[in-house]
Design a binder for this molecule. Structure first.
Ligand code: SDX
Length: 424
């Protein structure tokens, strides 16, 4: 049994090692405090494994990403988002019958309860759609209360996967004052979403196969990413035995932040700002290197990838292909490529291993599809939903799961007596 030895205060402690299927090594400290009275300290959890998981593997040094062992490059090329949802959630590629049954179930649950439409009426048009997505996801638990029945939980998984895109499209229609377009059972997952987003009652909406395929690719690339901030939030909330809808509602909020899923919106806003400033990218590269500037090159850097993010490489290629297929030019794509080229040869970025991440090019594609900037993070959430669901399901079905409750190192005042107001 491999072990690690800890020397502390003149004593020696043996800690077991846990080794994963890809030879990752973890020091098992589950008994550390009982053995030594000490805890470990790791703000941001950069060196801490929160769980064992068999869903997604990332090797940040080699730029490897696999869902259930299948390389992201192969899934991006050969699969579709519905199949990847099945793979990530149920752990295997579906047979044709399983795929059709799953797709049919998703299709039959895309409608939201008519009473939920009233919720949209209360939001101001200017409200950010991530606020809507989080509250609507959580509100589904009011319509479909969770019972401790595996079949009911599986049905709620289908309901959430199916209704989330309807809620996203309805939130967009509400924000532009257009009537909701209801789901259509004759369309694929991505085509149905595009139809709900862009169709209007007055005229037929022609769905572009190029756009529907590009959307499939974007959703596949975002589908899971092991224990990132929002997924860890879903696990944290679910560990108290909160229901799936509430756990995902919390994950939506975590994803919203500009350091996480909100980065795709921040990237486009940054590129537009640089473009408006005469494409003066060197000025912004210099600002990103100056800590006092408060400016970061959004879409660059990653906690895990210390080499290229394989998703960014795929999206960079796809952005050029989709724009060409749509006969579109986007000056921001040229600008993004120049920024990447300069940054990757600049010692500041090279020494810190800062490479483009998934958010650097995704916004260019969303723009080409006509998706508004404030919906970009909603698109990230749409893609990440199967990952959140799978991780929540894995956590809840693991008998060793305990409520997540980290410790701390207290640095506040030591004991002191209360002083009555008149004597302060
Ligand atoms: C996602 O975890 C996941 O898997 C997330 C994700 C997923 O699929 O779920 O991959 C999706 O969230 C991608 C990341 C999107 N965010 C951004 O693009 C925002 C810009 N990037 C950063 O803020 C940053 O790189 C993070 C948040 C992504 C990572 O932060 P870390 O790991 O805490 O790194 P850090 O902030 O400690 O930075 C290390 C150094 C620092 O400099 P020094 O203190 O060593 O001098 O690199 C610098 C940072 O100042 N740095 C940057 C930078 N990112 C890091 N400097 C300029 N521009 C940047 N973008």
């Amino acid at each position: 049994m491999p072990i690690a030895t800890l020397q502390l205060n003149g004593s020696s402690f043996e800690l077991p090692l846990i080794v994963g299927s890809e030879e990752e090594v973890g020091i098992d400290i589950t008994k550390l405090r009982a053995m030594t009275g000490a805890i470990v300290y790791d703000p941001g959890y950069g060196n801490t494994g929160s769980c064992e998981s068999s869903i997604t593997f990332i090797n940040g040094e080699e730029g490897i990403l696999r869902y259930r062992g299948y390389p992201i490059e192969q899934l991006a090329q050969q699969s579709d988002f519905v199949e990847v949802c099945y793979l990530i959630i149920y752990g295997k590629l579906p047979t044709k019958e399983e795929y059709e049954a799953f797709r049919t179930k998703l299709t039959r649950h895309t409608m939201i309860h008519e009473d939920m439409k009233k919720f949209f009426e209360g939001y101001p048009r200017s409200g950010h759609p991530m606020a809507v997505m989080s509250s609507m996801a959580t509100s589904l638990s009011a319509f479909y209360p969770e019972v401790d029945d595996p079949e009911e939980i599986d049905l709620n998984i289908i309901r959430l996967l199916a209704k989330f895109k309807t809620i996203a499209a309805f939130s967009y229609k509400k924000s532009i004052g257009q009537p909701y377009i209801y789901p259509r059972n004759d369309l694929s997952y991505t085509a149905d979403f595009l139809h709900m987003m862009f169709a209007v009652p007055a005229e037929p909406y022609e769905i572009s196969d190029v756009v529907a395929r590009a959307l499939d690719l974007l959703l596949i690339l975002h589908a899971d990413h092991e224990q990132n901030c929002s997924t860890s939030t879903v696990r944290m909330v679910g560990s108290s035995q909160a229901n799936l809808f509430a756990s995902v509602g919390a994950g939506v909020c975590a994803l919203w932040g500009p350091l996480h899923g909100g980065a795709n919106q921040a990237v486009i806003e940054m590129l537009e700002m640089i473009h408006a400033d005469g494409d003066n990218f060197q000025k912004y590269i210099d600002m990103a290197k100056d800590k006092d500037s408060g400016f970061r090159l959004m879409g660059f850097g990653h906690r895990v990838y210390k080499n290229f993010d394989p998703r960014a490489s795929i999206l960079k290629k796809s952005a050029a292909e989709v724009l060409e297929a749509m006969g579109q030019q986007d000056p921001l794509l040229h600008l993004a490529r120049r920024l990447e080229e300069i940054a990757l040869h600049d010692e500041f970025f090279v020494s810190r291993k800062l490479y483009p991440n998934v958010d650097f090019y995704s916004g260019i594609l969303y723009r080409a599809m006509g998706i508004p900037v404030d919906m970009f993070t909603v698109m990230f959430a749409l893609g990440r939903l199967p990952g959140w669901i799978a991780q929540w399901k894995e956590m809840r079905s693991d008998p060793s799961t305990r409520i997540n409750r980290p410790r701390q190192i207290y640095t506040g005042a030591t004991e002191r007596d209360y002083v009555p107001m008149e004597r302060r």
